[in-house]
Structure formats: structure tokens, C-alpha cells
Write a protein that binds this ligand. Sequence first.
Ligand SMILES: [Cu+2]
Length: 255
Amino acid sequence: MRKALALPTIALAAAAFPLLTVTGASADDGAHSYQANLGALNASGVTGTGMVTIDGTTATVMIDASGLVAGAPHAQHFHIGAQGACPTDEDDTNSDGFVSVTEGVPYYGAIGTSLTTTGDTSPDSGLAIDRFPTDGDIAYERTFEVTPDVAASFEAGTAVLVLHGVDKDGSGTYDGSVMSDLDPTLPMEATAPAACGAFSASQMGTTPSGGAETGGGSTAGTEQTTAMGVGAVALVGAAAAGAVAYRRRQAADQA
Ligand SMILES: [Cu+2]
């Protein structure tokens, strides 16, 4: 009599537990989203936001920024491994009139990713000026692989978005007598940070639509469906587990 009841329940459990396993895996390994609000540096007047969704080491990056010098390349990077913060114009420690990259590094760290438009995205492309946006208004979107240290920096809250290139003297291009701390053949204006924003984890619901399908329930609708599915499966699983435990107790009693 008991066996007749238990067997169909266990058959249900066999179907139910693989579902539970899949649901658990997607919750643990799903995409995480981060947002940075850009603040102006070197009196650039630049405003904007950066949105990043990272799934493992696959990053989808969206940058919207305005107020940059038009027709001039703007190097843009994830900086990692420092305080996860931005300098201010007060941090011009050598008083050359610019907050330079060197003066920003204690706050935002070294280049982790070069946000190029094509090709290599490693720190080696940090000054690949032919592969960075050149518009005054940037609308950048690209999906690519980041290194594990960059992914870890986002999780640790130490990833920072920095856009470079500022026409501080208002001449319409990069020039001036102060030369870059990174490359003495370039004017400081070409490499000085124009905007900076530290990434922080996005709230659920502000996840970009592209991330919803891999996010394990990033939208309210998906969350409800998932929760109901898990609830139903968990109930079946609990009943089945109880039946298995009962059978084990019986077997132990018989031994
Ligand atoms: Cu940079």
C-alpha cells in the first residue's frame, strides 16, 4: 500500500529536481548590471552615464555622454584596482592646470579595459586614438570579453569609467604648451580625463532589456513567473523527499 503511493511521487521527483538545479544555476551565474554617473573633470562640462552588464566575463557596455570636444578622439577606459573613486579638479597636485591621469590613478587605478570601437580592448590599446569615439556626443555600445580581474573589480566595486580628452583652453582642438604625462608627444588636453564615474550595482528593474533574458528574473514579470515555478516545483520536491526519507527509515528499521 505504501509502495503504491510512493512510486509515482518519486517519478515526479525525478522530473522536478533537474528543474530545480537549472533554476539555481542561473540565479548564481546570471548577469550583473552596473551603472556609473559621469562627473566632469578639468571643467569639461561633460555629462553622461555608463551601463555595463557582465555575465561571467562577457561585458555589454553602453555609454551615453555629451559635451565632449567634437572631431577629436576620446580615449575611454575601465580603470580598476584602486579606490573605485574619482578625483576632483582640486587634485592638480603639480599645479599645471590639469587633473592628469597620473593624478587620477590613486583614485581610479590603472586601465583594465580599453573601450575601443573595434579590435583589441586590452590596456595595450589605451591610447589607440584611431579606435575611440570622436564625436562630441558619445553613444557607445559594444559586447566583448573582459579579463577576470576586470570582472572581479566590478564585483568589488572598484571599477571606474573614465573618458579622456578635454579642450580646456577652448581652442576647438587638443593643443597647448602643457604636454601629456602619458605621452610627451601629445598635448595634455588629449589625455587628461574629461569625465569620470564609479560603477555601482544597478537596482533590479533598471537592468537594460538586453540583460533580462540571461539575468534569471530581471524584470517584474519574469520574477513572478520564476517564483511561481520554483514554488510549485519545491512543493513537489519536498513531498518526494519526504517519501524517499520515509522509505529509507523503513529500510533502516528492517536492517
Ligand atoms: Cu583612462
